[in-house]
Every structure is written in structure tokens, then in C-alpha cells.
Design a protein around this ligand. Structure first.
Ligand code: SAM
Length: 316
């Protein structure tokens, strides 16, 4: 049984596509994790901007972490993690039904199904009590996963009224139901505390045997881009600065290993020292990301992302 659980833990991967997801960065991140994690000295993993959780699943797969804490300000995202933790089989039944329905439809009917689920999802937001797991949580998590797999680009975006407004995606064979992965994710979540909260609530959880990964919404790459509000939760320049104060407080008072990601403003303006200034005294690494910016044709597809740590990495 223990062996089976271990196998499951090793298979778990993100169950949602998420804006700002770090899947493409994982192989590069590896050498920047704190050296103590490889030495088995890290017991807790904390990720307070969890999103799709690409780094969380990777860390839980590769290292022997005893306890994890994940959180996000997005209530419906956290609701989905909690449903997978507690009701993976019932959720899978809902997803399997969606999958069957979808597979047996032509494109026009698929679009009608998508629009009807989107409508139910949007009206359902007034009926949910996010404090207490109930049957309508399971349905809501299934709706979120269905919409994520069938909408345009797998985006999660809310309009100003808080309605999910991403259009239909026209995929040929989307995988809506992946029971194996839902069960593997559920296994990993058994030793995970999952909360709806702003990032700073993780403060009390951290100690010197913790590794904390912070992946806030990006600082906009250009001055003309508005601050990231794809999910309905913007993160202004001032909030980036407040986060740097939090980073310093965690470093001083908790002595946890801290790693933070952001976009590199020097992609657009080599003289922009925003992160050097607010993270003065910490290690700032530049990693090559395969992300597109269209204002600099010569650098298209090759831009830097920042990783900031409060420890020396094993970088080669
Ligand atoms: C860049 S995404 C994280 C992506 C994630 N690392 C992944 O691989 O999918 C940032 C996340 O921060 C969340 N967020 C925004 N403001 C927040 C805040 N003040 N506190 C906690 N989470 C917040 C958003 O809902 C979003 O899920």
C-alpha cells in the first residue's frame, strides 16, 4: 500500500493550465533550489501563490517533504484543490460525465455545452459557502476543470463583475477527465494544508526547515501593459514592493529558504533596476524563458526571468 502511494505521489502533475505556470521552467529551476533540500534537511514546503502548482508537484515528487502548505487568493482555485484532497472519486465521476458528453457531440453542441457550464459556473458563485465542503463544491470544481480544459488557451480570467468570460476553445480531443492524475494529486494533498488567503498568511507556518517559493503575478514587462489582472486579482507595483518587505521579514525572522520568481524588466529597459533595488543584498539570477514578447523582434522567444533567493544556489 505504501509503495502504491509513493508511486502515485511520483505521478502527480498540475490538473489545470494556469497563466504564469512554471512548467517550462522546471528543469532550469532545479539547480536553484536550496542545497539543504537535496541533503534532506527541508521538512516543509510552502507556496502561497500556488496557481497551477507546477513547482509544488515537482518538489513533492523529487524530495522527501513531510508537510506542505499551499494557498492562493483565488477562492475557486483553492476550492478545486480541497475537493481533490477530500473527494477525488466523486469529482472524477462528474468529470467522466463531462468527458462522455463532450466526446459524443459535434462542435456546435460542444460550444452550447461550454456556454451552459460557463453560465452555471457564473451564477453558482453566489450560492457557494467557501468555508464548508458540500456537494455543490464538487460540482463547482468539476465545472472549473471542464472550463479550463475546453476554453480558449486554458485561461482563467474574470471580468469586473467577477464572471468567468473566456470564450470556447475548439480543441479536438481535450482531456477533461484524467482520473489517474486526480488520484495522484489527491495523494500528494493528503499531507498538505490548503488555504484561501493572501500570501502573507503563510508567515506563521515558516521556520528554518522550510523552503518557501513565491511566484506572484508578474510585474508588467512594459509600462504600457496594465498590471496583471488576468485572474481578476491585480498585483500593483506597490504590492511588488510590499512583497519584498515580506521577503526580508521572512528571511530575518524565520530563516527559511526563500525563492521568488518575476519577469525581468531589463528585457525591455536595461536601465530598469527595480528588482536590484528592492532585493538589494540578495542573489538575483537571470534564467532564459521561452516566453514571447513582441516589441523586440531580435529577442523574440528568448527573454529572461528572474529568480531571487536568500541562499547561494548550487548553480554551475
Ligand atoms: C503567477 S501565478 C502562480 C503560477 C504558479 N506558480 C504555476 O506554476 O501555475 C500567481 C498566482 O497568485 C495569485 N495571487 C494574486 N494575488 C495574490 C495575493 N495577494 N495573495 C495570494 N495569491 C495571490 C493568483 O491568483 C495566481 O494564482
Amino acid at each position: 500500500m505504501a509503495k502504491k502511494q509513493d508511486e502515485n505521489r511520483h505521478k502527480a502533475k498540475p490538473f489545470l493550465k494556469w497563466a504564469g505556470g512554471k512548467k517550462q521552467m522546471l528543469s532550469q529551476f532545479e539547480q536553484y533550489y536550496p542545497p539543504e533540500i537535496r541533503a534532506g534537511k527541508i521538512e516543509k514546503y510552502i507556496e502561497p501563490f500556488i496557481g497551477g502548482g507546477a513547482v509544488f508537484f515537482e518538489i513533492m515528487k523529487k524530495f522527501n517533504i513531510r508537510y506542505a502548505y499551499i494557498s492562493d487568493i483565488n477562492k475557486d482555485l483553492i476550492l478545486a484543490y480541497q475537493v481533490i484532497q477530500q473527494q477525488p472519486y466523486r469529482l472524477s465521476e462528474f468529470l467522466e460525465q463531462y468527458q462522455q458528453q463532450y466526446n459524443n457531440m459535434n462542435e456546435q453542441d460542444r460550444k452550447c455545452l461550454f456556454l451552459s457550464v460557463r453560465k452555471q459556473y457564473n451564477s453558482g458563485r453566489f450560492e457557494i459557502n467557501y468555508e464548508k465542503l458540500s456537494d455543490n463544491w464538487i460540482q463547482r470544481a468539476a465545472q472549473l476543470i471542464f472550463l479550463n480544459k475546453t476554453c480558449f488557451n486554458g485561461l482563467f480570467r474574470l471580468n469586473s463583475k467577477g464572471e468567468f468570460n473566456v470564450p470556447f476553445g475548439r480543441y479536438k480531443n481535450p482531456t477533461i477527465s484524467d482520473q489517474d492524475n486526480i488520484l495522484s494529486v489527491s495523494e500528494v494533498l493528503q499531507k498538505t494544508d490548503i488555504r484561501i488567503s493572501a500570501y502573507d498568511s503563510c508567515f506563521d507556518m515558516a521556520d528554518e526547515k522550510s523552503f518557501v517559493y513565491l511566484d506572484p503575478p508578474y510585474r508588467p514587462i512594459s509600462k504600457t501593459a496594465s498590471f496583471t489582472n488576468y485572474s481578476g486579482f491585480g498585483f500593483s507595483e506597490q504590492e511588488q514592493i510590499n512583497l519584498s518587505y515580506f521577503f526580508k521579514k521572512m528571511d530575518k525572522e524565520k530563516r527559511s529558504g526563500l525563492m521568488l520568481s518575476n519577469s525581468d524588466p531589463k528585457n525591455n529597459n536595461p536601465d530598469d533596476n527595480f528588482f536590484e533595488e528592492i532585493y538589494d543584498g540578495y542573489n538575483i539570477y537571470r534564467l532564459c524563458a521561452n516566453r514571447m514578447i513582441n516589441c523586440q523582434a531580435d529577442k523574440r522567444g528568448l527573454i529572461n526571468e528572474l529568480l531571487i533567493t536568500n541562499y547561494e544556489s548550487g548553480e554551475c
